[in-house]
Design a protein around this ligand. Sequence first.
Ligand SMILES: [Zn+2]
Length: 218
Amino acid sequence: MKFVDLTLPMKKGMPFYPSGLHTPFSAEKTAEIGANGREIRRIEMGSHCGTHIDGMTHFLKNGWSVDKIPLSILVGPAYLVNLGKLPQDSVITRKDVSDRLPKGRKIERLLLRADWSRFWEKKQYFNGWPHLSEDCCSFIAEKGIKLAGFDFPSPDETFTGKNLDSPNHKFFLKKKIVLIEYLTNLGKLKPGNIFLIALPLRIAGGDGSPSRVVAYNI
Ligand SMILES: [Zn+2]
């Protein structure tokens, strides 16, 4: 098996969601080999930093925090759909996804590749990323999918104050559909059947957690 790392590297200066509510990543040394005989760091970051998994409690009062998401959902066979290199402001429709899924087969985990990770560390990343139509979200729920992952920041379009605030997040999380955001390297896998391992830190009550996400084709 050839593992592909679908995780963005965590480093100082990495972009973070620009809403004013998130904390940038830092990992300052608090001990050094020369001075202290060991190296230790203080890591600071927001709970939705880099490649991460959302707990239901990101938007809901009750439900799974990241430590409560069943491992049986986070690890297992998945299906990777290649939507092509989507341009700015794309809306991913029910048809876009349903046409690319094998008919009559149960799919529990779905990853959507839009090649948006090409803009990571560029201004465009947080400007008009692809998002899912309401009908596309309904389709994913109807299919019985338990986990959906994306190589863009969110299944929702940017909240401007004029549109609804994160309706797709709320829809998925209410249905206990686990979300993985900011994936990368999906182009290194063949579209179709993969085995997925996506593990958030076991943060008690965590609303989200940076996660190491890897997969291989099966
Ligand atoms: Zn998130």
